[in-house]
Write a protein that binds this ligand. Structure first.
Ligand code: SF4
Ligand code: SF4
Length: 356
């Protein structure tokens, strides 16, 4: 079975790898686009809304990309040859007033589209549009019952049922092309409910559930300590669910881990930043999702210039060259493994390549 979450997708882009090796500036393969910072939920673990959790000093909940600016951005993403766009937060992307047009322009232009959503607005016309046009949609959830869901997200108790109804309607849509997954985020409050949640999710008709950790601290060892009391039990439930529930229609994807991530970044540049970049709701470009809304991740503003103009500018490329992960990225980095692979690839001695 092919893997949706395969680690080294980057090596399928030989042209881009050649461009990076030769120092040529070409469009990123994948852009994370954050249309708005508004959200109708208030999750207690939201990394953008908890200043003690992450570096997010530039985050402003009121920021939103003006719709005219979004037209310019989406036209640029199509014309520069960006391959895929993931709409994500900041806030809830389906809250964005220009969301339908954004989806249409990107997919009509041949850009593959994905959406990370809390699922509350995944209904009506927008659900139909995404079911037919998105490559995948992933709903984030963190509770197996209405009361816990309402507590975790500060939403009315009825919201859980509505999100479940939206998911059921989406998965049952005739002609659905989009994969629908759930990201189940484990906290100490829901750690006993993993198996029951996975059973319920399969009943909703989703294609898979990714089980992952809530990040409670910027210090990796504190995350490990947080999970110590329930780690083994969660793993047991994931194993049991995998044995009982996995079949041709449903998969359990285990991304729940306890290993304290090493903060050593033994390299002085970030080739992954040429593959993926972030356009945020404050109309700034950032190096990656871990540095979104941080000063150290800021690449420049597109308020008064276009995405294409800024990406190809000497100033932005100079900033990317000067960014030194060994000094500036001593925090969680989702791309660390990919950067290690890329450095190994780029540093291979050309005269010795044939001795595989
Ligand atoms: S739904 Fe997402 S963006 Fe909204 S508060 Fe929760 S984690 Fe944050
Ligand atoms: S956090 Fe990781 S992906 Fe982001 S700029 Fe640093 S090394 Fe690159």
């Amino acid at each position: 079975m092919s893997k949706l979450y395969a680690d080294n997708k980057i090596f399928h882009f030989s042209d881009k790898l050649g461009d990076i090796a030769a120092g040529r500036v070409t469009a990123p393969v994948h852009v994370r686009l954050k249309p708005t910072n508004r959200c109708q939920h208030k999750c207690h673990y939201c990394c953008y809304r908890n200043s003690h959790l992450f570096l997010n000093e530039r985050f402003n909940e009121a920021d939103e990309i003006p719709t005219d600016k979004m037209r310019e951005i989406t036209a640029d993403l199509v014309s520069t040859g960006v391959r895929a766009v993931t709409l994500s937060g900041g806030g809830e992307p389906l809250c964005y007033p220009g969301i339908e047009e954004t989806i249409r322009v990107l997919t009509d232009g041949g850009v593959k589209l994905a959406v990370l959503t809390n699922g509350g607005l995944l209904k009506d016309d927008i659900a139909g549009l995404l079911a037919g046009r998105a490559t995948w949609v992933r709903v984030s959830m963190d509770a197996a019952d209405a009361e816990s869901y309402a507590r975790t997200r500060s939403v009315p108790v009825g919201e859980f049922g509505e999100v479940c109804d939206n998911i059921r309607a989406f998965t049952g849509m005739a002609g659905r092309k989009s994969v629908l997954g759930i990201n189940f985020i484990i906290t100490k409050d829901n750690s006993g409910d993993v198996l029951s949640f996975l059973e319920m999710a399969k009943g909703l008709g989703v294609d898979h559930v990714k089980v992952s950790n809530a990040i409670v601290s910027t210090e990796p060892s504190e995350n490990t300590d947080y999970m110590a009391g329930f780690f083994d039990d969660v793993k047991r439930q994931i194993r049991e669910a995998d044995e009982r529930l996995t079949d041709d229609t449903f998969a359990v994807i285990d991304k729940f881990h306890s290993d304290a991530e090493s903060l050593v970044r033994d390299y002085d540049c970030c080739p992954m930043a040429q593959f993926l970049t972030v356009i945020a709701a404050d109309q700034n470009l950032y190096t990656c999702q871990d540095k979104a809304y941080t000063t150290s991740g800021l690449l420049g503003s597109i308020k008064d210039s276009s995405f294409a103009g800024l990406w190809g500018s000497d100033a932005l490329q100079a900033r990317l060259k000067e960014l030194n992960p060994s000094k500036e990225c001593r925090h969680h980095c989702v791309a660390h493994g990919k950067n290690l692979s890329l450095h190994s690839y780029l540093e291979a001695d050309q005269e010795h390549l044939d001795f595989v």
